[in-house]
Design a protein around this ligand. Structure first.
Ligand code: ZN
Length: 536
């Protein structure tokens, strides 16, 4: 009934801009459904029960996030559920993919009528009619402690009956849901026998009631358990107005024991890799500092801010600078999400950019091992003042460095029999995956850095654009070319040579004709995945 009212309104609000069923189905098809595989069989009986509690808690977090994103979300979703027509079902489906009525892949424009044409910049963290100026003028007049609260991660700003702004702590704004989630965490804590998980869940439950997340972030850094869980208010991207407010998210995951062992092997040899980098000895670190911990996990369920639009495959937390200074941060890699993206996106890309023979070398194991090597090699090579000297070029150079130094590292491990050699899959998979990055253009750091690598390796004859439109690796040249590129990028970083970095990116960080023709053929392939949980 209320849905009908919204429909009538849409006629007057410009129905022409709202996608019809066919268009909506095209928008939905950009997310390929993919089942996330998880094996819970190794969990203890207590952990299996704890896992169910954590899944329930994650669902509560999803409700909180939905209301954080827009005040109208809960009501709108309930109305969409009542409409059982094909169009109604497609609208609900796309709403759930975006956690709101705005399409993220299309710059947050509305795909339903009767809602703001674009996602409000301040989401539901502030009154929708509040401007940045009003906030700043109000906040500036507050006593210091209150000012800190107003700008803090864990308060929402509301307008009182007197029209005055006021800061409301999350523990009050979402009191009912947070108390429910806290109880579920405490129940899970009593079911698991792992001490670090027990500790994290208990102190995180307290944080939900007190808004003081410090102790539980420390406990999260120390978490070392078969069940790995990240749950709470974290990233501030949803606050596009001021960037202050943290959105709730949850990742309920299981630790991947096999990859954890692989990481340990890498860590054991990382100083040796540093010592053997193709770089003048005077720039090398004789003794590397402790590397940031990396955890490889498989996602059971992600909710809230961790589950909309393009899906998260890795994250770095916590954001609390006091903890990052004292104990660093932790990187969590979601292996089965990467696997789903590999099979639903990278394989179809490879089918169009590689020859039939080379497609046989495409390998998820190589793909994922290279991602891990990429992450590890961020921690080696020149570190001091690199960001400051390379300024806005730093991200593109550093990401390219991690890509090729990751290749170099794996080649070193192959050559020294420290890892089973898999050269053909490694380089061929890397070549195919470069197109996955290039699809998004060269306007941001990853794409620009990737185009630079592909063109550099092509100019050295290591990548070859063939007349039939496919690409291939020349295995007689690839190792030398990668070594040269590693050398050049590390030297740019060591010397902080901004002009040289700019020249490399300007000349090589571009889409050349052969690449453009290949990218053209990829337009109809899915952009990302829609995770499907196996029926349990
Ligand atoms: Zn990186």
């Amino acid at each position: 009934m209320r849905w009908a009212v919204v429909l009538v309104m849409s006629m007057t609000l410009g129905a022409a801009t709202v996608p019809d069923l066919a268009e909506l189905n095209r928008m939905i098809a950009r997310f390929a459904p993919a089942e996330l595989k998880v094996n819970t069989s190794a969990l203890s009986a207590g952990d299996k029960q704890a896992l169910q509690k954590l899944i329930e808690a994650a669902r509560v977090i999803d409700d909180i996030f939905l209301s954080q994103r827009w005040s109208g979300n809960a009501g709108l979703r309930a109305r969409l559920q009542e409409d059982t027509s094909e169009l109604g079902k497609a609208r609900l489906h796309y709403f759930d993919l975006n956690k709101g009525p705005w399409s993220e892949l299309d710059g947050q424009i509305a795909f339903l009528s009767g809602v703001p044409p674009r996602k409000p910049l301040g989401a539901n963290f502030y009154p929708e009619d509040m401007s940045k100026d009003e906030f700043e003028t109000w906040a500036a007049k507050l006593p210091a402690a209150h000012q800190e609260q107003a700008r803090g991660f864990f308060t929402v700003i509301r307008r009182g009956a007197d029209k005055e702004l006021t800061a409301v702590p999350y523990s009050k704004a979402y009191a009912q849901d947070l108390e429910r989630a806290a109880k579920l965490l405490e129940e899970a804590a009593s079911l698991t026998s792992n001490a670090t998980l027990k500790d994290f869940l208990k102190v995180r439950a307290q944080a939900f009631r007190t808004d003081d997340y410090y102790a539980s972030d420390v406990a999260w850094m120390k978490l070392d358990a078969p069940i790995d869980v990240t749950i709470g208010p974290y990233e501030t991207y949803n606050d596009e107005l001021l960037g202050y407010k943290a959105a709730f998210e949850a990742y309920v995951t299981l630790r991947d024991e096999q990859e954890t062992a692989k990481m340990k092997n890498f860590a054991d040899h990382i100083q040796e890799i540093e010592n053997n980098l193709p770089l003048d000895a005077k720039y090398k670190n004789a003794k590397l500092g402790a590397l940031a911990p990396i955890r490889v996990v498989n996602e059971v369920l992600a909710t809230g801010d961790g589950a909309h639009g393009v899906r998260t495959a890795a994250f770095n937390l916590p954001n609390d600078e006091r903890i990052v200074r004292a104990m660093g941060s932790k990187r969590v890699m979601l292996k089965n999400v990467q696997e789903a993206k590999f099979s639903k996106i990278l394989q179809p890309i490879a089918a169009r950019v590689l020859s039939a023979a080379d497609q046989k070398d495409l390998s998820f194991d190589s793909f994922f091992t290279h991602i891990l090597a990429h992450e590890m090699t961020h921690g080696i090579g020149p570190q001091a003042n690199v960001r400051q000297s390379l300024k806005e070029l730093h991200a593109a150079i550093e990401e390219a460095k991690a890509d090729v130094t990751g290749l170099f590292m794996l080649q070193y491990l192959f050559d020294h029999k420290l890892l089973p050699a898999a050269e053909r899959p490694l380089y061929t998979t890397f070549l195919a995956s470069s197109f996955r990055t290039l699809r998004f253009g060269v306007h941001e750091a990853h794409g620009k850095g990737m185009a630079m690598q592909v063109n550099y390796l092509t100019d050295k004859g290591a990548f070859v654009a063939k007349v039939d439109g496919t690409f291939a690796v020349d295995f007689t040249k690839i190792k030398g070319a990668v070594r040269d590129l590693v050398h050049d990028l590390l030297e740019v970083e060591a010397t902080g040579d901004y002009a040289r970095a700019k020249k490399m990116l300007d000349e090589l960080g571009v889409i050349r004709p052969a690449m453009a023709r290949a990218l053209d053929k990829l337009k109809d392939l899915p952009t990302d995945i829609e995770p499907i949980r196996p029926a349990s």
